[in-house]
Design a protein around this ligand. Structure first.
Ligand code: 5GP
Length: 178
């Protein structure tokens, strides 16, 4: 794909590896939530491709809803002050909820979302993230399902962006600035 000037993409996780891992996650979730009503909550925008693939890898009648949050601070660093930009369309009261996130970095965003959904009366709240930068964690968040651990590098692709670029790249890539 054409990149912005002075920028290169280095593949960290190829699409076929992501696909295989997402299928495995879907199988585990299908097994764990058998006979339960599951609501998948995608955190926009970064999770839009992951949730689309994950939902199809889950062999259960799931509901899907979305939230969008913005964290104050620079575009590449989370400040921990989270604001809901788009709230859920439907109530999660009494429901089993699985939050589908693209990446956990400091954990501040998910920590807020987790508390928010519990306070809304969800019967259970679990977290599924495609990527985890464990070395960057500032607050502990319970990650129940995880695609990959990755090093402390800024990544794009498979839904993730830098200033809205590269969300439609099929691989997860590291942005390298020359
Ligand atoms: P946290 O609150 O855990 O520090 O940050 C989580 C959010 O920061 C993610 O949902 C994502 O929007 C953004 N983020 C953290 N690391 C990266 C990264 O490497 N690439 C991109 N594109 N976004 C990231």
């Amino acid at each position: 794909m054409q990149t912005a000037q002075g920028e290169r993409l280095e593949v960290l996780l190829p699409a076929r590896e992501i696909h295989a891992r997402v299928q495995r996650l879907g199988q585990r979730i299908t097994h764990d939530y058998e006979n339960k009503e599951l609501v998948l909550i995608g955190i926009l925008k970064g999770s839009f491709i992951f949730i689309a693939d994950l939902a199809r890898a889950i062999d259960l009648p799931v509901h899907v809803d979305f939230m969008a949050v913005s964290s104050y601070g620079s575009s590449t660093k989370s400040s921990g002050v989270v604001r809901i930009v788009k709230d859920l369309d439907n109530s999660v009261e009494g429901r089993h909820v699985l939050v589908v996130e693209d990446i956990v970095d400091t954990g501040l965003t998910l920590n807020y979302i987790y508390g928010h959904l519990k306070a809304r009366g969800a019967m259970s709240v679990k977290i599924c993230t495609l990527l985890d930068k464990v070395s960057r964690r500032q607050v502990a968040v319970p990650v129940h399902y995880k695609g990959f651990d990755i090093p402390d590098a800024f990544v794009v692709g498979y839904g993730l962006d830098v200033e809205e670029r590269y969300r439609n790249v099929a691989d997860v890539c590291q942005v390298v600035r020359d």
